[in-house]
Ligand binder design. Structure first.
Ligand code: DGY
Length: 328
């Protein structure tokens, strides 16, 4: 029997990174990539010292019920709304995430989704594939909304929000933002962004993008009431988390053309998508891929592995969330 620490890799990772992990640990891996049921996850965690997990694995009291040796759950994700952090801390389980390494890829994608939504790129492609393009027309080909010199409203001004603001500067956009706390003046200056209330942002922005973490407080940050404040010509993009937008209210608003269009990378209850959203042409849909370049996904796995290795060597993981759980 090996005396290497036991590690669970809860979802498929790049085979070369898995092979490297297997040099140091006894690894139980899920290369089949079927998401564990809560019961399966509980069982898997009961026999390991550390785990690499993703947003699909909820680490709560039930998951930890028999995890007597678990020292760390290392998320391969910057968001960690799948962690019940107080429960993990009480159980002495370290929680870590993967900040920074995905900031630029995610900001690129957020900006791309704003563009695709405003300029009706995916709808235009479907239109051509459906054989509807019979002539160039000044008025009847899909016409969009401008980005240049329009106002971009960013809700959630962490690293990714700031990255999006910097990209918007290149397009001559006027950037306003709302955040739980206002940024220091130097950071506001660096991204040429002005702090406003959420109401003012919704009323004045031509394009709204959501980049805030999902918490009990941010649940349904955007619902029917908030959409009613937006301009009928405005677009709404969500690259944050499902649940931040009330998808039922959004589908209804898009159907009634209360706003121009929406771009969604995340959904309530994903991978399920609200059936009404699937029917609408004024919504761009993406399968939670904002961080999805191979280079960035590798960097995320590598950082999660670094966190795991540190914890299992008795060292402080570089992106530890619950410092109280570290007994160094
Ligand atoms: C993240 O890192 O939070 C991405 O949304 C993937 O879960």
């Amino acid at each position: 029997m090996s005396n290497k620490p036991k590690v669970l890799v809860a979802r498929a990772i790049f085979p070369d990174l898995l092979a490297k992990l297997e040099e140091s640990f006894e690894v139980r891996s899920n290369q089949a990539d079927q998401v564990f049921t809560p019961e399966e996850l509980q069982k898997e965690l009961s026999s390991v010292d550390g785990a690499l997990v993703t947003g699909s694995e909820r680490i709560d009291a039930s998951a930890l019920a028999h995890a007597k040796n678990l020292k760390i759950a290392a998320n391969i994700s910057v968001g960690y709304n799948n962690f019940d952090v107080p429960v993990m801390t009480a159980a002495g389980v370290m929680a870590s995430n993967t900040p920074d390494v995905l900031t630029d890829s995610t900001a690129d994608f957020g900006f791309a989704l704003v563009m695709a939504t405003a300029r009706r790129i995916t709808e235009s492609e479907r239109w051509i594939r459906d054989g509807q393009w019979d002539k160039w027309s000044i008025v009847s080909n899909p016409l969009g909304m401008d980005l240049h010199h329009s106002t971009l409203g960013i809700i959630g001004m962490g690293r990714i929000g700031q990255g999006i603001a910097k990209r918007a500067f290149g397009f001559g956009m006027n950037v306003i933002y709302h955040n739980r706390s206002r940024l220091p003046e130097a950071d506001e200056k660096a991204c040429a962004a002005k702090y406003v209330s959420k109401e003012e942002l919704l009323r004045t922005a031509d394009h709204v993008i959501l980049v805030l973490p999902y918490t009990a407080d941010s649940h349904h940050t955007i619902g029917a009431k908030e959409i009613a404040l937006m301009k009928p010509t405005a677009t709404l993009v969500n690259i944050a988390r499902g649940g931040i937008v009330d998808d039922v209210a959004l589908a209804q608003a898009l159907k009634e053309k209360k706003i121009f269009a929406a771009g969604l990378d995340v959904f309530e209850g994903e991978p399920k998508v609200h059936p009404e959203l699937l029917k609408l042409s004024n919504v761009v849909l993406a399968p939670h891929i904002a961080s999805g370049t191979e280079k960035t996904r590798r960097a995320m796995v590598n950082l999660a592995v670094e966190n795991l290795r540190a914890a299992l060597a008795g060292k402080k993981p570089p992106s530890l969330i619950n410092a109280e759980a570290f007994k160094g």
